[in-house]
Design a protein around this ligand. Sequence first.
Ligand code: ARG
Length: 471
Amino acid sequence: MAQLWGGRFTKETDDLVYRFNASIHFDKRLFEQDIEGSIAHVVMLEKQGIISLEEKDAIVKGLTGIRTDVEQGSLSITDEFEDIHSFVEAKLIERIGDAGKKMHTGRSRNDQVALDMKLYIRGEVLKISDCLQDLMGTLISIMENNLTTYMPGFTHLQKAQPTTLAHHMGAYFEMFKRDWQRLSDIYRRMNYCPLGAGAFAGTTYPLDRAYTASLMGFEGPTLNSMDSVADRDYIIELLSALSTIMMHLSRFSEEVIIWNSNEYRFVEIDDGFSTGSSIMPQKKNPDIAELVRGKTGRVYGALVSILTTMKGIPLAYNKDMQEDKEVTFDAIETVKNCLVLFNGMLETMKFNHPVMEQSAMNGFTNATDAADYLVGKGVPFRDAHGIIGRLVLYCLEKNTCIDKLSIRELQAISPVFEADIYDAVSLKTCVEKRLTIGAPGQEAMKEVIRINKDFLDACREKYMNNETDHK
Ligand code: ARG
């Protein structure tokens, strides 16, 4: 057992209590952030004359040495320490002696752990944003290549109106764009440094909190020391954004699974991203999409877990908050893996254009356009709706479709039909006449793709800047 406290205790901690309380087996993930925060803290302490230049230099050298040794494997983070903060401080004192004992001046583990989590989450927000950018890049190229790949669009999972693959993929682009924007909002809102809040009431040392914050690329210091150590909103916001990403990926997965089924055959998942059956030799299963859909549950679980943990905690820091880590780390890893794997599956997936197009031809996806044709000839829409309804019924009885009927059959149902009906209800016309912004017509789609490519370029630029800022 190695802990930072003990002076006022007369007994050793019970072994079970020690293990129940310890967090090093999961908070060791915050090792780098803990070192970074400690370096910033002591640099500030020296600037403020609270420790000497020699002490600061010795601590910084000690900390960077510990970092190098852990990175290179000559020093391992072991469970004999209570948490990552204790490990770093104990190793520092072991290596540099008394100067090491000054590192924690004007700091508490409460503001320290809040800082470590913020640094960690800020970095992960950038990584997840990058994964989203890659996925959006894949979607844009599918869109560019499929402006005239016609397919049925669905409502109630029933064929509704024709659209294009570009348009359908564009819907997912918009979702992931909002996800990216949400992460960027979270980054901005959380980017204030809690260090200097101490246990919760600030400290009596003349700390320069703005300086510490600037050393780590924060916008500034947090403005209430009690809130600084008690706030986990940024974790909740992140988990909420991650849950939304998973909800989007899960809906997309569901479509891929349906489209990949024997009945649909709209897509074929690449062999590299499919799996087989141990008994049925013919099987090629969409396991990646199913797993992504399935893992959505554990990310939602993380969000509900933290919301529940936080709801009854009085101000300021309470040990309950140690529970914020494992589920958050797990959710972050899950989302990154899902985004990368889903993107890989999408990039290599084959779209079966003729099958999609054939499917759009059956199922009366042009019925709305047939009604609009009659409206164009002066029939009120409600009457046109009734006429086309009867036409569909007639087709169903004859097992045919609107565009295959003869002009005489059409005119028997309504004399308004003329020879130009065939062109009016062709798949191409149905799609290409939909030209309002956001609709599937080619010119409208090109404009949207142009706007979204600009968005993606701006994201990439922002991502690069953020990354360099925080080094
Ligand atoms: N392991 C703790 C956590 O994750 C660090 C903060 C401990 N602070 C304290 N007062 N015990 O929240």
